[in-house]
Design a protein around this ligand. Structure first.
Ligand code: ACM
Length: 382
């Protein structure tokens, strides 16, 4: 290391895939992480020291995430990693960071029902997206539900939670099926046959990655009209919408804390900085926004802790808020998940998410759904 000690960088790992089945969304997370690091460094770094990202590509494969996380901890000497999209990849990295007393910042919506002291969860837990989504779907489209997902942990668990919430709302699950992550292995005619047989009001999809666009196209080509019988999906964001025709996307629904059309001053500034840095070709996603603000929360924590070691960081993680593009966010002391601002949005004819339900409320994370049963009036202003 050259330069004085005060210039020694804070080295961090950046572990998002730029190749493989989930590269489209993970590229947006990597970009957001680097944008935030550049902004922190441009304003003087943390305690006068710059953040130095070590960027690796785990190719959307869980074993590769584990190997590269080990490499980051053992060889690059990092104590903090920003990374992971699929829950299977987070679960591959967690034992590594736990064994190394390191910290993973995870910026992706997920199925909940997990806690590690070595992880900070900045994407939505099910009480911050699924409850709001089911309320919207059952009040606007009906109660007959078809579930489809990719074949790994997040889809199985998220579908279970959505099914529970639907049943609590008086709804019924007609059928449930899983498809391989590898697009070439998906039997799309079989998927369509099962949906045609079930005749649902709504399809809830936890298909993940490159298969999403193929599924939405096939649904439209089979004659389903999303204006009346939408696909709802929390794993379909702007990055995946950009992979399909506007016709296939129009009418589909999601729930997330962030959409790039929000008019908050913090978001207008974020969108302008993104466009300046990456142009208009790289979509802004909710997972990118989490990836952005979690770097800011890390920097604020580090400023207070004075060291990036786990023991020094942990007591300070929850003490501060950041004015994120979605609204003010902070980390919960007990469960390491984040207070977020749930919203529901629908894709318009141009392929853009338009917010259709925004209660303007920040929701405490409840990853074990301890206090969150279905309540049609919950989260409404009195
Ligand atoms: C996910 O696997 N958490 C999208």
């Amino acid at each position: 290391m050259t330069g004085s000690k005060s210039q020694t960088p804070w080295r961090v790992g950046v572990l998002f895939s730029s190749t493989g089945v989930t590269a489209a969304v993970e590229r947006t997370q990597q970009a957001a992480t680097l944008l935030a690091i550049e902004e922190v460094n441009a304003s003087g770094g943390v305690l006068g020291r710059p953040i130095e990202p070590v960027v690796l590509d785990p190719a959307s494969r869980p074993p590769r995430y584990r190997e590269l996380a080990k490499q980051l901890c053992d060889q690059a000497g990092v104590a903090v990693i920003f990374g992971c999209y699929m829950s299977s990849t987070r679960k591959a990295v967690l034992p590594v960071v736990e064994a190394h007393r390191a910290l993973l910042f995870y910026p992706t919506l997920y199925e909940g029902f997990e806690y590690s002291p070595n992880c900070v969860y900045t994407g939505a837990a099910p009480n911050q997206n699924s409850v709001q989504l089911v309320r919207y779907l059952t009040s606007h489209f009906g109660k007959r539900l078809f579930l489809i997902g990719s074949d790994y942990v997040y889809p199985y668990e998220s579908n279970r939670i959505i099914a529970d919430l639907f049943r609590q709302a008086g709804g019924e699950v007609l059928d449930e099926m899983y498809v391989p992550l590898r697009v070439a292995d998906i039997d799309m005619p079989k998927v369509i046959r099962r949906i045609e047989a079930a005749q649902p009001d709504v399809v809830y999809s936890t298909v993940v990655g490159d298969g999403i666009a193929r599924f939405y196209e096939a649904y439209g080509e089979a004659g389903f009209d999303q204006q009346t019988h939408p696909i709802a999906s929390q794993s379909t964001q702007e990055a995946e919408i950009a992979q399909m025709s506007a016709r296939a996307a129009a009418g589909s629904i999601t729930a997330a804390p962030y959409f790039s059309t929000l008019q908050t001053p913090a978001n207008l500034r974020f969108v302008a900085a993104w466009r300046k840095r990456f142009g208009t070709g790289l979509p802004i996603t909710a997972c990118a926004e989490s990836a952005y603000f979690q770097v800011m929360l890390y920097a604020q924590t580090l400023e207070r802790a004075g060291s990036d070691r786990l023991e020094a960081m942990l007591p300070h993680l929850h003490e501060h808020e950041f004015d994120a593009p979605q609204g003010r966010v902070r980390i919960d002391q007990e469960n390491h998940h984040t207070y977020l601002w749930p919203r529901v949005a629908r894709v318009d004819a141009q392929g853009v998410f338009q917010v259709v339900d925004d209660p303007g409320l920040r929701v405490k994370p409840d990853p074990y759904m301890y206090e969150n049963r279905f309540d049609p009036l919950a989260g409404r202003p009195a």
